[in-house]
Design a protein around this ligand. Structure first.
Ligand code: SD4
Length: 291
């Protein structure tokens, strides 16, 4: 069995590329990196990689992570600027014994030394979005952070290896140096090949409060189907946050277990996600509401 699941419609071309690798008995690490890179490289996906949404200071600072579910190795970069494929740098870092998570200048220095491709990630289109948002924030007093999507994936190969990875420009107009959930293990992603994996998109500050990707993997380890595990974890965190603070941010999760069964849950309307498995051509689904 093989399979791959990803947050948002934008991932479907990437998972389609990955599915060819998986069909040919390729490695879950190569497949997921290929899929995430496809999203990072496409200029019109406005919150991942090239063309990503700028921070408050009109800079594109990116977060990304990679996890190997066999060895439980993790690599991540946060607030990195001017490199084309943060997910590949994260994967490279996962091979180190220590120094697995690097931020800002330290991450850029490492990437440069390792020969990763440099690229100015701020596009003219992103500058226009930024200027429009500054105007809206000033004139309509709207929140600056709306409109952002992270790509997060879980992948299973025919050898039974599972991986998870994320990539994002994080919240639009975030503060310089802000780190979201996407490079944080257990929150933005988690995978264990003996169980399954999960990945998140939404408001990082709230997703982290439930270590929600780990929670889903933990529930699957207790025998829950990925769908039941996602629903339970999302509903519980949504409920807990509303009870304690009166509100909960967007929480959307995808998961797959080591049999290729998958699940999704969200507390927003219209969350899209993409799936491909041995029995399923790449397809995009759209949730109607949180149920
Ligand atoms: C973050 N979770 O940086 C990311 C943003 C995101 O849909 O997923 N938006 O908080």
């Amino acid at each position: 069995m093989w399979g791959i699941i990803a947050t948002w419609r934008m991932a479907v071309e990437g998972i389609s590329e990955a599915s060819h690798i998986l069909q040919e008995k390729g490695d879950a690490g190569d497949a997921i990196e290929t899929a995430i890179k496809a999203v990072e490289d496409f200029p019109y996906y406005k919150s991942v990689g090239y063309g990503g949404l700028p921070n408050e200071e009109m800079e594109v600072e990116l977060d990304a992570a990679y996890m190997d579910g066999n060895t439980l190795s993790i690599g991540a970069v946060a607030a990195i600027k001017d490199f084309a494929n943060p997910v590949s740098i994260a994967r490279r870092l996962s091979k180190e014994k220590v120094n697995n998570i690097l931020v800002g200048e330290g991450a850029e220095k490492f990437a440069h030394k390792e020969g990763f491709e440099r690229k100015n990630m701020l596009t003219d289109r992103a500058k226009i979005h930024y200027r429009n948002r500054v105007k809206e924030v000033r004139e309509q007093e709207i929140k600056p952070y709306a409109g952002h999507d992270t790509v997060g994936m879980v992948c299973l190969d025919q050898q039974g290896k599972m991986t998870s990875a994320t990539s994002t420009s994080g919240l639009f107009m975030k503060k310089k140096g802000r780190v979201g959930d996407s490079p944080i293990a257990g929150s933005g992603f988690y995978v264990d090949s003996s169980v399954g994996g999960a990945s998140a998109t939404g408001l990082g500050e709230d997703l982290m409060k439930g270590c929600i990707s780990y929670e889903i993997v933990r529930l699957m380890a207790e025998g829950m189907h990925p769908q039941a595990a996602c629903e339970k974890a999302v509903n519980q965190l949504d409920h807990r946050l509303k009870e304690r603070r009166g509100h909960a941010g967007d929480l959307s999760l995808i998961a797959m277990n080591n049999k290729g069964e998958w699940g999704v849950a969200t507390n927003i309307e219209g969350f899209s996600f993409a799936v491909a498995t041995e029995n399923q051509e790449p397809i995009v689904y759209l949730t109607k509401n949180k149920d």
